[in-house]
Design a protein around this ligand. Structure first.
Ligand SMILES: [Mg+2]
Length: 212
């Protein structure tokens, strides 16, 4: 490594908006409802999903282990169904609901991770997400490239608090002054800087160019 890259031992990366994005959810949610005999218009389902997202975002720390995540998902399914007039019981729908919400890799992510790993940098994720993020990253083939994944739910604090960053760096065994965080949100920049790290804005594929 040359130049400023030689100052780095680790890169931590935000998940949503930097590694992955939500796959268009409304068609799959409508199909999930239809599989239970419930027909709803696109606009109704979109509105119900927005309500669920708002509920979830305020409670992301609740999903810290398998039991609490199952409870959070049940409550989220309940919020979604309540917006639709509760045509089903949340217990009957939650598995279909969870399966309908899928994520996909953002363009260039796989090759960017390979390039960063090839430079000998330890890679980690720091994300405001429930513990289910581990399974999403595994399903997308990203988990094997990452030395650690820290979710806010497991850290007990969300970005922009520095705690999740400090936990990731402790797991990676790298001091903050030798680590760079890449993310797409203000919480990413504020939290990384509060933890004593450098910061570069997403996309991940451009991070090295912006740093080097
Ligand atoms: Mg983000």
């Amino acid at each position: 490594m040359s130049g400023r890259l030689a100052e780095l031992d680790a890169v931590t990366i935000d998940a949503h908006g930097t590694l992955v994005e939500l796959d268009v959810p409304v068609p799959s949610l409508r199909a999930a409802l239809a599989s239970h005999g419930v027909e709803r218009e696109e606009a109704e389902v979109a509105r119900a999903f927005r309500a669920e997202v708002a509920y979830y975002r305020a409670r992301v720390l609740d999903g810290a282990d398998a039991t609490s995540l199952a409870d959070l998902r049940l409550r989220c399914a309940g919020v979604f169904l309540a917006e639709l007039g509760r045509p089903l019981e949340p217990e009957a729908f939650v598995d279909s609901f969870v399966a309908a919400i899928r994520f996909r890799c953002l363009p260039g992510v796989q090759s960017a991770l390979a390039r960063l790993g090839g430079l000998g940098l330890a890679l980690g994720v720091v994300s405001n997400w429930d513990v289910g993020l581990h399974d999403h990253l595994e399903a997308l083939g990203l988990r094997a490239r990452l030395a650690c994944v820290v979710t806010s739910a497991e850290a007990g604090a969300a970005k922009p608090a520095p705690g999740p960053f400090a936990l990731a760096l402790a797991r990676l065994g790298v001091p903050p002054g030798r680590a760079l965080h890449v993310g797409d949100g203000r919480d990413d920049e504020a939290g990384a800087r509060a933890a004593g790290m450098a910061f570069v804005a997403a996309p991940l594929a451009g991070a090295l160019g912006a740093w080097a």
